[in-house]
Design a protein around this ligand. Structure first.
Ligand SMILES: Nc1ncnc2c1ncn2[C@@H]1O[C@H](COP(=O)(O)OP(=O)(O)OP(=O)(O)O)[C@@H](O)[C@H]1O
Length: 569
């Protein structure tokens, strides 16, 4: 338990006990007032009792106010910590984890599920304790003041618990169903927002709305069912409560006649019964809240227990500063068992060499890059950087020395400056501008309304494709990695930007070991080695002229793409 929770907990417990005890005192004061002040017409005593009652209420109010304040503080901190731990954990999970889960379902765990735990932590747990203390207190008082009458009333308690136990199971299943349906709805919603451009481009809005409406309806029905079951709980408790009152007045009247109890005690007992059903009803409601929270907690811990599939060795050391020699040894990789995406890939790359990876779609180019970054571990074989197996060193030390420029350049919401700084967080403004100048991005950036401080939104829609690429080049240059992975964009852009990108590429690649999933003829031609892949195997290797002479796969690819590539150049 964290220190702040340790400090606050005793205060909360004391406040809770003060609140409960003061509440239980009130009926006893009522009894005093009726039996010793009202009936014998003792006004002075009545005034004193009313004064004491007022004092008791004030103490109760103060205790409750402080308790609620501190409980909320602790609750919020627990939730803050939980959300923080969950987010940090998700950041570390491997690609394999995200391959099998829609983004929305990940999202829902950090938001909705944590929120439902919030209710439990802020009020639930403490209310539960208060209710239990109150219940036990009332039972003790009832049995002490008149055992016969007390026992007759308490008989109704087991009936109540039997009813609630029967309902419990049903309610629990119903809430689990709600959580599951909600998670599906959220996942779908997230996907729709991410894919809104494609939806609109293909005029699929109507179909999407229909599908969403169906899911929404299923969600509503499931919620209705759970909430209906929940609502049956309250009335059932009330009926049992009414039975308790009947027993009290019927038996109470008899006991007054036989002078075993006073009128004041009967009124006090009636007040206690009022207090009695209240915590039981709340416990019932609390129970369903607890069930929702438990269902949520289960799903949260499922995540927290998830170990990254790419795990570090216990004693992994950092990879020292590298030169950039990279060796792939008999690499085999399967995303799904039995379907190899790479089937024994071997390649020895010297520091500073540039390698163009070409091949049909699905031939395994991105897979090689994913393995080099250790987003996945190979099924067989190994990758050596400067002679060290990348599985023997820390992941961070490998990734921090490899720069990655993806085809779908991701621009985060923030300023252009922040986006470039992402490459190296401690970079100065001057370094950022130097990097931007080196890749010919400076001119267009200063032309934007606020220059480097122009805000760009999620996915960078303010910027054109070419501009986004230049920003990502500047980002990579700033990071200054020894090994660079570049997934070249396929989209054709205007000639001016294209020339700038070519120039920028030269600057970016100079002196680094680079792996380029290449689409431009110019990039392929300039590469030291071209690796031709087909169905996860290396089929050819050599430079452009050598491979063209061979007139095999590469020759065929170039022939087929010649016109397209010529257009792009
Ligand atoms: N996350 C994944 N889960 C399962 N299979 C995958 C995954 N990613 C890729 N694959 C499969 O692995 C094979 C190689 O894919 P890879 O992405 O490496 O090809 P690529 O040559 O980069 O293709 P492209 O040029 O289209 O990007 C393909 O058959 C693909 O379907």
């Amino acid at each position: 338990m964290k220190p702040y929770k340790k400090q606050m907990l005793p205060i909360i417990i004391i406040m809770m006990l003060v609140g409960a005890i003061t509440k239980l005192t009130v009926p006893l004061l009522i009894r005093e007032a009726i039996d010793n002040a009202i009936v014998p017409k003792n006004t002075n005593l009545l005034l004193i009792i009313v004064g004491v009652m007022l004092g008791v209420y004030i103490i109760q109010w103060l205790a409750n106010t402080f308790r609620i304040k501190y409980t909320n503080m602790i609750g919020q901190r627990v939730i803050y910590d939980l959300r923080h731990d969950l987010f940090s954990h998700i950041q570390k999970l491997s690609f394999r984890f995200f391959d099998t889960r829609p983004a929305g379902s990940v999202l829902v765990r950090v938001t909705n599920y944590v929120n439902s735990l919030q209710d439990l932590f802020t009020n639930g747990v403490v209310n539960l304790l208060i209710d239990v203390v109150q219940l036990v207190g009332i039972i003790i008082i009832l049995l002490t003041f008149n055992f016969k009458l007390g026992a007759a009333i308490i008989v109704t308690v087991p009936i109540m618990f039997m009813i609630s136990t029967k309902l419990r199971k049903k309610i629990r299943h119903a809430w689990q169903d709600v959580t599951m349906k909600q998670s599906r709805l959220n996942a779908h919603l997230n996907e729709c927002i991410q894919g809104i451009r494609v939806t609109q481009a293909y005029s699929q809005e109507k179909e999407n709305i229909q599908f969403f409406t169906k899911m929404n309806m299923v969600n509503r029905l499931s919620w209705n069912r759970a909430s209906m079951l929940n609502q049956t709980f309250g009335p059932l408790i009330e009926i049992t409560g009414a039975i308790g009152y009947c027993i009290l007045f019927w038996m109470g009247a008899y006991l007054i006649q036989t002078e075993e109890i006073s009128v004041g005690l009967l009124v006090a007992f009636a007040t206690y019964i009022g207090y009695f059903w209240e915590p039981i009803t709340r416990l019932g409601q609390m129970y369903s809240q607890l069930l929702i929270a438990m269902a949520s907690a289960e799903r949260i811990f499922e995540f927290i227990d998830e170990k990254p599939s790419v795990a570090e060795l216990e004693d992994a050391k950092d990879l020292p500063n590298i030169k950039g020699n990279v060796k792939f040894e008999n690499l085999v990789f399967e995303y799904e068992a039995g379907r190899p995406a790479l089937k024994g890939f071997n390649l020895d790359v010297h520091a500073g060499q540039s390698i163009a990876l070409v091949g049909h779609t699905g031939s395994g180019k991105s897979t090689i890059m994913n393995l080099l970054c250790r987003f996945y571990d190979p099924t067989e074989g190994r990758i050596l950087i400067d002679g060290t197996d990348i599985r023997d060193v820390t992941i961070q030390s490998v990734r921090s020395q490899i720069g990655v420029v993806l085809q779908d350049t991701f621009i985060f919401s923030g300023t252009i400056r922040d986006n470039i700084r992402f490459g190296r967080l401690d970079a100065t403004n001057e370094e950022i501008e130097l990097a931007a100048k080196a890749v010919h991005a400076h001119d267009f950036i200063v032309g934007l309304p606020n220059g480097y401080d122009t805000e760009v939104q999620e996915r960078g829609n303010v910027l054109s494709m070419g501009q986004r690429q230049l920003i990502s080049f500047a980002r990579a240059l700033l990071a200054n990695p020894r090994v660079l992975i570049l997934d070249e964009a396929t989209a054709s852009i205007d000639t001016d930007t294209e020339l700038k990108i070519q120039e920028a590429l030269k600057t970016l690649l100079a002196g680094r070991t680079s792996f380029i999933v290449a689409h431009r003829l110019s990039t392929i031609r300039n590469a030291d080695k071209i690796v031709v892949l087909d169905h996860g195997r290396m089929m050819e290797i050599g430079n452009h002229d050598e491979l063209m002479k061979e007139q095999k796969i590469y020759y065929g690819l170039i022939q087929a793409q010649y016109k397209f590539l010529q257009d792009a150049v």
